[in-house]
Ligand binder design. Structure first.
Ligand code: BDR
Ligand code: CA
Length: 310
């Protein structure tokens, strides 16, 4: 069993990542922490809580950073709808957000299980960077960080930068320079796993309430991608992290040196991935480069089918 903590900004694809994590005993979620991102912190915390309750994931949900370390909050993206969950109205959470800050929760979880925790980060890296600054000693106790962010290629919020990296480049820099083993799922690979109408219909066909919610959210998300880019489906970014933990054969990884641009110019938030080892700097990240999309969606669908059991 892999002990994980999920730091997220739900977000449709974050929500699906939580659903997959909640479906299997192969990962043991110790806590969920929320950050600003796809919507504001109040929205992402509430969404995280609502999704955890929907899937029966009985873990504390902590609210964290409501803004980046240095830059201004970026806004104005509509991919996830006004509430962040693509118009799906989940029942209001019965529980409240846990008391205490996400950053102290990250520290506490790492210290409770030294060397055992994988941090799964599917939003801006602000909470993790703050935790590393609050207590640099936890770096040695984090087994690894598996994150969605950046790209070996072009961006999705500027021509150069991916959303999570652009949302807080300075925080990402702290993480990239932390020395912690890192695994990156950037746009170059998440754009290989598209939730197309067929794949969404398969999920809908499962007929349980969690799969239904996932299918409705993904339908909204796919429509965003169709309307904006003319793509045949929505890129299922964040669930790649959990899918990789559950089946490491779904993606191929290559070690590379990765840095992020923190200069406020046209490349602000851009990740530079040294695939050809041109810098001579040693690799700090295992970068996912190829995905087996059919097997990824098989895993996702099988995971969501677990919610039939009620
Ligand atoms: C990332 O941005 C967010 O909108 C998604 O949830 C994902 O984490 C993709 O660039
Ligand atoms: Ca996200």
């Amino acid at each position: 069993v892999q002990r994980i903590l999920i730091d997220c900004d739900p977000g449709i694809d974050d929500a699906v990542a939580l659903m997959v994590a909640g479906a299997t005993p192969a990962v043991s979620v110790q806590a969920v922490t929320a950050t600003f991102g796809n919507v504001g912190l109040d929205g992402t915390s509430r969404n995280a809580l609502a999704v955890c309750e929907l899937v029966g994931l009985d873990v504390p949900v902590y609210a964290g950073a409501d803004r980046p370390l240095v830059r201004d909050v970026i806004g104005g993206r509509t991919f996830h709808g006004d509430t962040g969950l693509g118009g799906v109205d989940l029942p209001p959470p019965a529980r409240a957000v846990a008391s205490g800050h996400a950053v102290t929760a990250i520290r506490a979880v790492v210290n409770r299980f030294p060397g055992e925790i994988t941090l799964v980060v599917t939003g801006a890296m602000t909470n993790v960077a703050l935790a590393l600054r609050l207590d640099p000693g936890i770096a040695a106790g984090i087994q690894r960080i598996v994150f969605m962010g950046g790209s070996t290629e072009a961006g999705n919020v500027t021509p150069a930068a991916e959303f999570n990296a652009f949302a807080d480049p300075h925080a990402m820099r702290v993480v990239l320079e932390s020395g912690i083993p890192l695994t990156m799922f950037g746009l170059n690979v998440t754009h290989q796993v598209l939730a197309t109408p067929d794949r969404i219909a398969r999920i809908r066909g499962l007929g349980n309430p969690v799969a239904d919610a996932a299918a409705t959210m993904l339908g909204f998300y796919a429509e965003s991608y169709r309307a904006t880019y003319g793509w045949p489906g929505a890129a299922l970014h964040d669930p790649c992290t959990i899918a990789h933990l559950l089946d490491p054969t779904l993606f191929t990884l290559r070690p590379m040196h990765v840095s992020v641009d923190t200069n406020e110019g046209q490349n602000f938030g851009r990740t530079t991935c040294d695939a050809r080892r041109l810098t001579g700097r040693s690799a700090n990240v295992d970068v996912a480069v190829t995905a087996d999309a059919d097997r990824f969606f098989d895993l996702l669908t099988t995971a969501l089918a677990q919610y039939d059991r009620s």
